[in-house]
Design a protein around this ligand. Structure first.
Ligand SMILES: *[C@@H]1O[C@H](CO)[C@@H](O)[C@H](O)[C@H]1NC(C)=O
Length: 262
């Protein structure tokens, strides 16, 4: 009898210790900000509103509200590649199968910039019906994941849609139901390796980290109040950085946020 009791007690202790360690480890696993640096870009990209790390990991693709497509080295040097005049491009991602760039254009269009045209040619893929006519608060961020899947988000009501690359709508997610503080999607970036989604809200200058399926808020990161209109975000795991760009008339800084545990 005594032996049973002893076994039972040691079993219970092991269980609770295990659970304690598990939750503690999970908390420690999440990335945290260690330091923030910034610099002016050497050439201004008008209203930089989308960023994505290149497949080669050595520069960032940048896109602006006035249709400029640029490559930005990790030393803040800008090469303006194409000017899609008058197209309100707001977010950018890469189709890993073709190397094409996929962008969202306000209010509600998803388009492809083809690599074969040396990034000079843009063709429409599909539209987000619900965001038709949303003018300045339409689509702001896009990310491709698991090769053929797309998350695209809007400024209005912080909505997120899950499409496949052919434009079939799979799911509509209200981010406010998962993270009550969020006010909008300014840009987003899926992290394939960790199956997490990063979303930046420029109105409250905060980054939200969700699980990949967007059913859980994992962590929030408040950015410095001195940052102006942070509308773009890219993850750079190799160097341990998150890059955030300003979409502003006066300043055109690029922020490198050094992360622990990225
Ligand atoms: C992406 O694929 C991985 C591996 O198959 C899977 O675990 C994950 O749930 C997928 N992500 C989403 C958001 O569906």
């Amino acid at each position: 009898m005594k032996l049973y009791l002893l076994l039972l007690i040691s079993f219970l202790i092991q269980c609770s210790l295990g659970r304690y360690l598990e939750t503690r480890d999970n908390k420690n696993d999440l990335p945290s900000i260690s330091k923030t640096f910034y610099k002016d870009l050497d050439i201004k990209i008008p209203e930089l509103s989308g960023l994505k790390l290149s497949a080669s990991n050595d520069f960032l693709w940048g896109i602006g509200d006035e249709g400029q497509l640029a490559q930005i080295t990790l030393k803040y040097k800008v090469t303006l590649l194409t000017d899609f005049q008058g197209i309100d491009t707001e977010g950018i991602t890469i189709d890993s199968k073709t190397g094409d760039l996929i962008v969202c254009v306000e209010p509600n269009t998803i388009s492809r910039i083809t690599k074969s045209s040396n990034y000079k040619n843009i063709v429409n893929l599909f539209t987000v019906k619900e965001a038709a006519g949303w003018k300045e608060d339409g689509l702001e961020g896009i990310t491709l994941f698991n090769e053929t899947q797309i998350y695209v988000g809007s400024q209005r009501d912080a909505l997120l849609w899950h499409y496949d690359i052919k434009g079939n709508l799979k799911k509509r997610i209200e981010l406010k139901k998962v993270a009550s503080q969020i006010t909008e999607v300014a840009d987003l970036c899926y992290d394939e390796e960790k199956n997490r989604l990063w979303v930046i809200d420029s109105a409250i200058k905060t980054i939200f980290l969700f699980n990949g399926e967007v059913t859980k808020l994992l962590k929030t990161y408040k950015l410095s109040s001195s940052i102006n209109n942070p509308e773009s975000i890219a993850i750079d795991r190799k160097n341990g950085n998150i890059w955030v760009g300003e979409d502003d008339d006066e300043t055109y800084r690029l922020f490198r946020i050094e992360m622990k545990n990225l």
